[in-house]
Every structure is written in structure tokens, then in C-alpha cells.
Design a protein around this ligand. Structure first.
Ligand code: ADP
Length: 478
């Protein structure tokens, strides 16, 4: 299934942009509402408190005036004209009662409907305490009233009521309420739009990345994501993404190369086998000739099955399914044993094969695989060393590692070929000419065996003078 068919259209609920904008708007809106409620709450509280305070200070001033001047029963309107004219008093009214609660005197601006002196307020005043009450006139106008005892020589001589309309306070609060209610939704909408724009801007590079990724999936593997700002998170993501595409591209190239190489390597022996068989069948032949053809065919079949087996081993290794039986292995003994096994082959090619020095070192490993590694390296050395020549193995301990070397005085490896010799199916032209039946998989297997033992394998070579393979294994027995 292509990526395009897998991608369904993005629902707005799945869009990070929409969710970010909603979150942003939601958080901002909640903060605004909380702030609005707080402002309204504190404003109304302080307005009411201030109103009460102004009632109280008016009452105090009136009480003071009444105590220092004539007795309240003798007061005239003139006595209060000055006070009445003062701006802060204009909106207030007052009413004097005698200690038994009978009206004595009142300001002219007192609302027509007389305010009651409630029994609670009267009782409080009789005991020298003030009382704040709120009444509503017939026109639903809220009136705040303070009942205040005027005390002289420890005796309540007058009960004073000072009142004022709360209309202005309430109007102001209503105005604030209206402003908040009309501004908050607008601010919330602005926050949503701001959140959307911010998210869009922030996520634009991600959209660009998705677009490039789609092009890459569609087959354009040379495309890369433009990295404008490599310092921020998205820049780093783009770089990582590009590196990943690069690696994927390389892996795909390698797989293609590998398939081409594998089919080529398998086709060669198959073509030989087919050609020889067809040639033999073209006319009647004697038994010897048939035997020769069959023997040669068997050789090619052997080669094919070796390649297939080696490929199978490598693919199992790639999948992590190639099991190793890890046990303590006396490496020096294994080398000596393998060398004696290969001595005859070396002698046939008039080559000397030596193993010295061999320090008695042991590692944890798979004995069979390690023998395979040694056989491959010695076989290669014999193969690519013309006589007279020498092949030498050594095993030394160095910095907590077992260092094994296999060197020869053979044809060597050209400098440009050195980095490729561990690649699957790689064979140098010279090696192909010298040994046409090689598979080019031997060193890949060697490398896998070494890596599976947590070791390292390197090659150094001088063309025409010889090659040295060095393998370092971590030592487990000291
Ligand atoms: P094969 O030996 O079947 O070609 P290998 O994977 O064992 O495959 O080796 C890969 C290539 O490395 C060889 O074709 C050859 O070019 C080079 N090579 C390996 N060992 C030696 C050596 N001892 N001397 C020179 N070249 C070598």
C-alpha cells in the first residue's frame, strides 16, 4: 500500500494546530474570566466598603457638630447649611431621633418615604453600637443607611441615621460588568486566532517535512528537507530526518547492489553448467568424456551451493538468528590445530606456514565459528600468495585484548580496494584473475564472526608485498 493511500484526510480534531489553538484560547480565556471575576469582586467589595466608610465619617462629623453646638432640639436648617453644601454631603441625607426613637430633625433631601428605624438598629444604638442596613424604595432604589448613636458623657443623647443612595455604585458596577462581558468574548476570540496563527507558524516546518517525506515515498529519494535553523528542535528533527533518509537510501542501494551481485555470482556457475551440459549432449560421447563433464558440473554445483549456504548464513546473521555456542576457547591451541590442518595445502603451493609466537590465551567464543574464521583467512592468504612465499600467524596479548594476526607475502590489496574487502561479493580484479571461483563472501563472514565475538578486524596491505589481517578479541581469562 502506498503512503498516499494510507494517509486519510486530517480531521480538525486530530490537527495539532487546532488543538494548540483551542488550548491556547482555553487557557487564555480561563485566565481572563478569572481575572474579570476577581476584578469585579474586589471592585464591588471596595466600592461598598468605601460607601459605608463615607457614611460613617459623615455621621461622625454630624455627631461632633451636634455635640459641640446647641442641643439637637434647637438645631435649625442653618446649622447644617454649611455641611449640606459640602460636595460629599450632597448625595446624603440624615435624620436625628431622640434616645427613645422619636424623630427630632431631618435633612430636607430625605426621601419622601421615611426610612424606618428598625428595632434591631434602635437596640444596637441604645447599646452604643452602629448598624448598617440596606433598604429599597418603592422605585427599587437601594438605600444604604447607617444608624449611629451620639453619645455624651457615656449616655446616648441622640440616634443619628445617615443614608445615601447606592444607585451610583450599582450603576458603576453594572457598567464594569457590561464592559467585562462584552470585552471577554472578543479577547477570547482574539486568543483563539492568535493561538491558531502561532501554531501554524510553529508547525509550518513540520508540514514542509511531511510534504518532502511524501515526495521521497513517491520515489524521489534524492529529495532532502531544507534545514533553515539547525539550532532549534525542528531544525534538528529535519537534520535527523535527512540523515535517516540518507541511510535508507544507502541501504536501498546496497540491497540493490547485493541482489545484482548475488544473481551475477550465481549466474556464472549456472551458465558454465548449462554450457558444458549442452556441449556434452550435442553428440554421443564416451564414458570418460561424460565423467569429465559430470565432474566439472559437480564442481559448479558445489560452488553454487557454497554461495547459497554462505548467503543463508549471512542473512541469518543479519536477522540475529545465527546462534553462537559461547564457551571458553583456548585460542592458541585452535590456531595451532588449524595451521596444521592447512599445512598440506600451503606445502602444495610451496608456501611456508608458520604460527609464532602463540601466547596461551583463551577467549569466550564459538570454537567452530572461530575455526571457520581462521580457515577463511589462511585460505585467502594461500590463495593470494604466489610461491615462494610465507604465511605467518601470531597471537599476542595487548592491552587486555587477544591480538591475532594473519600475514602473507602475497599480491596485496590496492589502497582503494581496502575499504571494500569486507563488503559482500566484493573481489578485486587481481583476485578474480587469480582465483575465478571465489565468492567474495568469505571476508563478510569473517567480519560477522569477529563482531559476534565483540572483536574488531582490520586489514593493512602493501600491493605486491603482502597483507596483514589483525583481529582483536576482548580477553575473558587473564
Ligand atoms: P574471495 O576470497 O572469495 O574473493 P573474500 O571475501 O574472502 O572473497 O575476499 C574478498 C577480497 O579481498 C578478495 O577477492 C581479495 O581481493 C581480497 N583479499 C582477501 N584476502 C586477501 C589476501 N590475503 N591478500 C590479498 N587480497 C585479499
Amino acid at each position: 500500500m502506498s503512503l498516499k493511500s494510507k494517509l486519510r484526510p486530517l480531521h480538525w480534531k486530530d490537527s495539532i494546530k487546532a488543538r494548540l489553538a483551542l488550548w491556547y484560547g482555553g487557557v487564555f480565556g480561563t485566565v481572563l474570566i478569572l481575572l474579570g471575576v476577581l476584578v469585579y469582586f474586589y471592585l464591588s467589595k471596595s466600592l461598598y466598603a468605601n460607601f459605608d466608610l463615607s457614611l460613617q465619617s459623615t455621621a461622625q462629623a454630624l455627631a461632633g457638630a451636634s455635640s459641640t453646638a446647641r442641643p439637637p432640639s434647637e438645631w435649625t436648617v442653618d446649622d447644617f447649611i454649611d455641611w449640606m453644601n459640602s460636595p460629599e454631603s450632597l448625595s446624603k441625607f440624615f435624620h436625628f431621633f431622640d434616645p427613645s426613637g422619636h424623630s427630632r430633625f431631618q435633612s430636607r433631601n430625605l426621601p419622601k418615604q421615611t426610612l424606618p428605624l428598625t428595632s434591631a438598629a434602635f437596640n444596637n444604638a441604645a447599646h452604643g453600637a452602629v448598624t448598617f442596613e440596606t433598604f429599597f424604595t418603592r422605585q427599587e432604589e437601594p438605600i444604604r443607611v447607617l444608624t449611629y448613636p451620639v453619645i455624651q458623657n457615656g449616655r446616648v443623647v441622640n440616634i443619628l441615621q445617615v443614608g445615601g443612595s447606592l444607585r451610583q455604585v450599582e450603576d458603576l458596577l453594572k457598567q464594569v460588568q457590561f464592559t467585562l462581558l462584552s470585552v471577554l468574548p472578543t479577547l477570547f476570540l482574539l486568543a483563539l486566532a492568535g493561538g491558531w496563527l502561532l501554531a501554524r507558524k510553529a508547525l509550518q516546518p513540520v508540514d514542509a517535512m511531511a510534504q518532502v517525506a511524501r515526495q521521497i515515498t513517491a520515489g524521489n529519494r534524492s529529495r532532502r528537507i531544507p534545514v533553515h535553523q539547525s539550532r532549534d528542535e525542528l531544525g534538528r528533527l529535519a537534520e535527523t530526518f535527512n540523515a535517516m533518509i540518507e541511510e535508507l537510501d544507502n541501504a536501498i542501494q546496497q540491497i540493490r547492489q547485493f541482489s545484482a551481485d548475488a544473481s551475477h555470482e550465481l549466474r556464472t556457475p549456472l551458465t558454465i553448467l548449462k554450457g558444458e551440459t549442452e556441449f556434452a549432449l550435442r553428440q554421443a560421447r564416451n564414458v570418460e568424456e561424460y565423467q569429465q563433464t559430470l565432474a566439472s558440473g559437480l564442481e559448479e554445483i558445489d560452488r553454487i551451493s557454497r554461495i547459497v549456504e554462505e548467503l543463508f548464513l549471512l542473512s541469518k546473521a543479519d536477522l540475529g538468528e545465527a546462534r553462537l555456542e559461547m564457551k571458553p576457547v583456548a585460542l592458541a591451541l585452535l590456531i595451532a590445530d588449524t595451521v596444521s590442518q592447512m599445512e598440506l595445502l600451503a606445502k602444495e603451493k610451496e608456501l611456508t606456514l608458520e604460527a609464532e609466537p602463540l601466547e596461551p590465551l583463551s577467549i569466550t567464543g564459538d570454537g567452530d565459528r572461530l575455526r571457520e574464521l581462521l580457515l577463511n583467512l589462511i585460505e585467502n592468504a594461500i590463495r593470494y600468495t604466489p610461491s615462494p612465499g610465507k604465511i605467518a600467524l601470531s597471537l599476542r596479548r595487548e592491552k587486555g585484548e587477544a591480538v591475532l594476526t594473519v600475514s602473507d607475502t602475497g599480491i596485496g590489496i590496492p589502497k582503494e580496494a581496502l575499504p571494500k574487502i569486507f563488503d559482500r561479493f566484493y573481489r578485486s580484479d587481481e583476485a578474480r584473475a587469480l582465483h575465478p571461483k571465489g565468492s567474495g563472501l568469505g571476508l563478510s563472514i569473517c567480519q560477522w564472526i569477529v563482531h559476534a565475538h565483540r572483536g574488531k578486524i582490520t586489514a593493512a596491505s602493501e600491493p605486491g608485498r603482502g597483507t596483514t589481517f589483525q583481529i582483536r578479541f576482548p580477553l575473558t581469562v587473564h
